[in-house]
Design a protein around this ligand. Sequence first.
Ligand SMILES: Cc1cc2nc3c(=O)[nH]c(=O)nc-3n(C[C@H](O)[C@H](O)[C@H](O)COP(=O)(O)OP(=O)(O)OC[C@H]3O[C@@H](n4cnc5c(N)ncnc54)[C@H](O)[C@@H]3O)c2cc1C
Length: 448
Amino acid sequence: MPHDQVIIIGGGASGVILAAQLLRRESAGAPHVILVERDAEIGQGIAYGTADPQHLLNSRAANMSAFPDEPAHFCDWLAQQGLPDDDEGFVSRGVYGRYLQGLIADARNLQRVQGEAVRVEERTEDVVVHLEDGRRFVGDAAVLATGHLLPRPCTQGLVTGPWDAVVTGSDDRVLIVGSGLTMIDHVTSLLEAGHEGEIIALSRRGLLPQVHRAARPLQIDSAEIPFGKPVSSLMRWLRAKVAAADRAGVDWRSVVDGFRPHVRAVWQSLPQTERKRYLRHGAAWWDIHRHRTPPVQAERVERALASGQLRLLRGRFLGGTRGPDGQTVARCFPPGETAPVDLAVERIIDCRGIRRDPLENPSALLAGMLARGQARIDPLRLGVEVSAACRLIDAAGRPASRILCLGPVTRAAFWEITAIPDIREQAADIAQMLTPARVRHALRVVAA
Ligand SMILES: Cc1cc2nc3c(=O)[nH]c(=O)nc-3n(C[C@H](O)[C@H](O)[C@H](O)COP(=O)(O)OP(=O)(O)OC[C@H]3O[C@@H](n4cnc5c(N)ncnc54)[C@H](O)[C@@H]3O)c2cc1C
């Protein structure tokens, strides 16, 4: 076995960014990396595999470098490729997938393995990663970068998953469940394809993501922030901050972007009851201000709303059924109604987003870890529990010595850990822990 070998499970954005960060640590000595990815392509994951050029990044190019210490890395790559490199611009997600692939395309010290990891065995001196097809890989440490859990496959073919190909007739009446960024992607794709039928976007609150405008993050001192206070106090504080900024001629986006780096610490300061309250009452509001739409997409959506082709509907989606005439019927419960309402449509697309109960459709890897007591799910069912140093926590509350977690898989502990700027920072911390000397002597020397 080569010394200082790190096995990364998951070759989406998180896994690739960690691999790239580990492999460029020549001076500190780069470990040998094995990258295990279920799919044929790496670097794409859930977000960057789309071939549709209408699907844009929802962050400016300037914020999408894979390296926190080289913020211009992505824009420089765009320029090298002869692509528009306006750092205030929004490039397509497929282009970003190509950037990620390029990060490790020629890497020495990297073994790319296609297959599904189903078990990670932690032993005193090493870890063994078992693949579905029986192959085994031994390393000094394993990192779970398994990302977002996919929704359970949709029932009876009546509801199309958010990342499945959607085929519609141009006059069809389409229901999109959800009104966030994935809904906006689908609406722009439909319009681009010449769709003329009605599109209904159904969501509980009927909120649309806000639009990006040029804004510099406001410097917010952590001493100002009411850590550990009830969510209602936090929201009041944030609103007052926005109002004060507004009086000073500063856009609310600057406040939201300035607050973002503190979100992790705020989340960790909240007791479970307040986290729960936030998820129920604050998260939807925060999300539409924090995850914003590129202006070009927002304009298309606005035009479709103004023309009446796109309609926003508030209500809870109850499911799809087949009507007696063979037509698809979507059942929903709008607020104020006393009984469910049926909508006859040709197509239902589920765009309810990525915040899923990890037990709804667990992977074989996660299900096995839970069954063996190697991992446990947090009380709010957001994901596996990890320590402050990103080590997987077992059913008895003990942090693993050789299994770390990266990216959205750690959201129970850190919450705001889905976007690239957060993931690359976390990857840098993990890469630091995984320098060869530390890997060899296990991660025991590092804080839990
Ligand atoms: C539609 C969409 C758009 C987004 N746009 C942006 C954006 O513009 N800017 C931004 O900063 N963030 C964006 N995000 C946030 C996104 O969460 C992250 O940027 C990033 O995709 C997370 O990558 P990941 O590798 O952790 O997870 P994923 O993308 O989910 O990738 C995980 C990978 O692990 C593999 N895998 C899982 N389990 C196993 C296993 N057992 N064995 C082998 N392989 C396994 C999967 O096949 C997958 O390739 C977007 C998210 C979505 C859903």
